[in-house]
Design a protein around this ligand. Structure first.
Ligand code: ATP
Ligand code: MG
Length: 267
């Protein structure tokens, strides 16, 4: 899975990253789904342990083009985990109150506490993506945000947060199929936003913004992974594997029980 991780400062040309890659798994789609189910079971155990131990904080950041699969990833990768310990924070267009503050204000308050996993569905990275593409602030303002973000994430890591960031990489063709399906299938139509078509026209500008984000903000403390996301099952499998491996490496333990429980008889 390390092949999907961006090293600090690594130049990223997304044209060289195949959105349909599946080279880390030998089996077919059904086998891949089964493998993810098994990882879900392990994930459930690890999340319970994380919650019980109450020592670590886990932050997962998801970014993608529209229809890139952020929602589906959350549904499948965290299937079976306990909602008490897993939170999702979705960041939409900032409100007036949020805009009256610095761009990290709404982000910091949503970060995980001990024992928690928090998934960011979009994040502070919108402030160097949509904001950059649409010139919502001048280049000198968004340009210095990469350094702020690295410092902010380093601080979170220093204070005990494990951070993993996933860019879900889909092709322009795959986005076309998914947007078309949202139009064609009645139960998906609520997801169709005409505005997504205007964003699609800026595909290349978004790719440039993603490339800058990936090479400037992948750090040892908070690495980015480029996840091949044209195949949903492969996307879920790869992310599940990375998460399970990361949680396994935390070497967590259940808290010591109270003393002298052995002789207790419950009447
Ligand atoms: P998604 O598309 O992620 O599944 P959604 O369809 O439920 O979510 P949308 O309203 O389409 O919700 O997405 C949120 C919108 O808010 C996106 O267009 C995103 O670019 C925008 N947004 C998020 N953060 C910011 C920001 N800091 N500044 C400007 N726009 C932002
Ligand atoms: Mg949307």
């Amino acid at each position: 899975m390390d092949r999907y991780r961006i090293n600090p400062g690594q130049a990223v040309n997304l044209a060289q990253w195949d959105p349909a890659d599946r080279s880390e798994f030998e089996g077919d789609k059904d086998a891949g789904r089964l493998a993810t189910k098994e990882l879900n079971n392990r994930m459930e155990e690890l999340q319970e342990l994380l919650y019980a131990e109450g020592k670590h904080k886990i932050l997962i950041v998801l970014q993608a083009m529209d229809s890139g699969g952020k929602d589906g990833t959350i549904r499948h990768v965290f299937d079976g985990t306990n909602p008490q310990g897993v939170k999702v924070a979705s960041f939409k267009k900032p409100t007036e109150k949020e805009l009256a503050h610095d761009y990290l204000w709404r982000i910091h308050r949503a970060t995980p506490g001990t024992g928690e996993i928090t998934i960011f569905n979009r994040s502070h990275y919108e402030d160097v993506l949509v904001v950059r593409v649409h010139n919502l602030v001048p280049p000198e303002v968004w340009g210095r945000r990469y350094d702020h973000i690295n410092a902010f994430e380093q601080m979170l890591a220093d204070e005990g947060t494990t951070i993993l960031k996933f860019y879900l990489h889909i092709s322009k063709d795959e986005q076309k199929k998914r947007l078309q399906a949202r139009l064609d299938e009645p139960h998906k139509r609520w997801k169709f936003a005409k505005g997504d078509l205007a964003e699609r026209e800026r595909w290349h500008e978004y790719i440039e913004a993603f490339e800058a984000m990936l090479s400037k903000t992948s750090t040892v403390a908070a690495p980015w992974y480029v996840i091949p996301a044209d195949r949903k099952w492969y996307r879920n499998l790869v992310i599940s594997k990375i998460l399970v491996r990361t949680l396994d490496n935390l070497d967590m333990h259940y808290p010591e029980p109270e003393d002298d429980l052995a002789g207790i008889i419950i009447e």
